[in-house]
Design a protein around this ligand. Structure first.
Ligand SMILES: NC(=O)c1ccc[n+]([C@@H]2O[C@H](COP(=O)([O-])OP(=O)(O)OC[C@H]3O[C@@H](n4cnc5c(N)ncnc54)[C@H](O)[C@@H]3O)[C@@H](O)[C@H]2O)c1
Ligand SMILES: [Zn+2]
Length: 335
């Protein structure tokens, strides 16, 4: 069932087949695609009709050197303020494309076709477009909404299992922070079922986007409420900083597991809800051990860009579907 979800400032997400909707959405302008070399292999037909700029893969590609290359290519191609940038890819590509489009010639219009599960439920939605600087993730960025985002589950068929699972971490995060019914659906389902069943996956993705869109509509620039979307992310970012072993989504799963254990230890979540969260994360096949020593992670948390003096906002699950934003002293963070 095609679904359209309004986010904010006219930005709209379509959970729909690309071929059914793209032509209606693209403005009558020159379109330049930004994608990555991998997607150019798996979904060449999507990129081939347009002029394109391909970037590399992995977090190291989401840095200033890539930006310089992309801006240079845009200048070489003669892109002007009337050019429309179409980002086709996962979170790395859409972060780069959104950032480039928002800054090239002080900003041109852009849209995304998201090709990963993580991108569909999180990275491509909400208007945050960030890049890494000197090993610090998303240190430089803009709030700028894409005109549209297309999430087409058919594009996810080629996604490797590891990438699909990484996306499931953000799906589980979304269910914990804002959709108890979705959490129940995930309990009734399984990793394998979601990978096979497009209709089920579409409804899961649409629910996640609704939760995120609802939060973003209330707090686009992360002045308050939007922080709840960072559930599990303080630990995840510290893991990503200290170890190359896990991708963003995998680190988020570890973060969710440990923040739930912390909430259980503090008695802020019931034993019943806390253990349902822990078992769901385990049942979807995630590693849950911290990959580096606690003291190194705590040091990395001290360097978190969301730190304020010697305190940090920590998002704690208080029930399935509910979270609390707590300001805690860095010395009180327990892992
Ligand atoms: N801006 C935001 O609000 C936001 C939110 C969450 C995450 N992010 C960012 O998103 C990034 C992670 O995104 P991601 O997990 O989508 O990673 P990604 O973009 O690196 O994609 C993962 C890998 O899968 C490949 N791939 C993509 N689509 C494919 C497909 N359909 N078939 C086969 N292979 C495919 C890519 O080439 C890449 O190698 C991180 O940098 C994170 O910081 C941003
Ligand atoms: Zn995330």
């Amino acid at each position: 069932m095609p679904t359209r979800i309004d986010v904010t400032n006219g930005s709209c997400v379509y959970v729909e087949r690309v071929e059914d909707i793209l032509a209606q959405l693209l403005p009558d302008k020159r379109v330049i695609v930004i994608s990555d070399t991998n997607i150019d292999r798996t979904h060449h037909d999507l990129i081939a009709p347009y002029e394109s700029i391909l970037v590399g893969q992995g977090e190291q590609a989401k840095g200033l050197a890539t930006l310089e290359d992309v801006y240079t290519r845009l200048i070489e191609l003669g892109a002007d303020r009337q050019t429309f940038i179409l980002g086709i890819g996962g979170g790395i590509v859409t972060d780069i494309a959104g950032f480039v489009a928002s800054t090239y010639m002080r900003g041109v219009e852009f849209g995304f076709i998201t090709t990963t599960l993580l991108g569909s439920v999180d990275a491509s939605v909400g208007g945050k477009n960030g890049v890494n600087v000197g090993g610090f993730k998303n240190m430089v960025g803009v709030f700028s909404q894409p005109k549209f985002v297309i999430c087409d589950v058919a594009l996810l068929h080629t996604l490797p299992e590891r990438e699909f699972r990484a996306g499931m971490a953000e799906v589980i995060k979304t269910a914990i922070l804002g959709d108890r019914e979705l959490f129940g659906m995930l309990e009734q389902s399984s990793f394998e079922a979601l990978r096979k069943d497009d209709a089920l996956l579409e409804s899961v993705i649409a629910r996640c986007i609704r939760v995120k869109a609802d939060v973003v509509a209330q707090d686009e620039r992360e002045g308050g409420l939007r922080r709840i979307l960072n559930l599990g992310h303080t630990i995840a970012h510290a893991i990503e900083k200290c170890s190359q072993r896990y991708s963003h989504g995998e680190a988020v799963a570890i973060g969710l597991h440990h923040i739930t254990k912390a909430a259980l230890a503090d008695g802020v979540i019931s034993e019943a809800d806390g253990s349902r969260i822990i078992s769901l994360i385990e049942r979807y096949g995630f590693d849950t051990e911290l990959p580096v020593e606690r003291k190194l992670l705590l040091k990395a948390i001290e360097g978190d860009k969301k730190r304020k003096g010697n305190t940090i906002h920590l998002i704690l699950p208080t029930a399935i579907g509910k979270v609390e934003d707590r300001v805690v002293k860095l010395t009180e963070v327990r892992l």
